[in-house]
Design a binder for this molecule. Structure first.
Ligand SMILES: [Zn+2]
Length: 91
């Protein structure tokens, strides 16, 4: 009855494989093993497009801590977003 589910990875669209330990992925797993590892190291930012625009507007004018406070997100969220868009690691 427990049929192996074969929907592709949500991130890269590739096939999901077994874990590093050799166990099969949980049927509900959303991501393939490489994507899982990548997300563990670098969780994706969850800023909205509006927040992203606000971050871009404030970038370079105030500190990242101040950006986070004004936009209403965590400093980590700001740093994640800026890393994803490839902003320079200034400040
Ligand atoms: Zn993937």
């Amino acid at each position: 009855m427990a049929e192996a589910v074969t929907h592709p990875c949500v991130d890269c669209g590739g096939p999901r494989q077994e874990t590093r330990e050799g166990r099969p992925l949980h049927p509900n797993a959303k991501y393939c093993t490489p994507c899982r590892a990548e997300r563990r190291r670098h969780p994706p930012s969850r800023v909205t497009p509006g927040q992203a625009a606000e971050i871009q507007r404030l970038l370079g004018t105030v500190t990242r801590h101040e950006i986070a406070r004004r936009v209403g997100v965590s400093k980590a969220a700001v740093n994640r977003y800026l890393r994803e868009v490839g902003a320079a690691e200034a400040q």
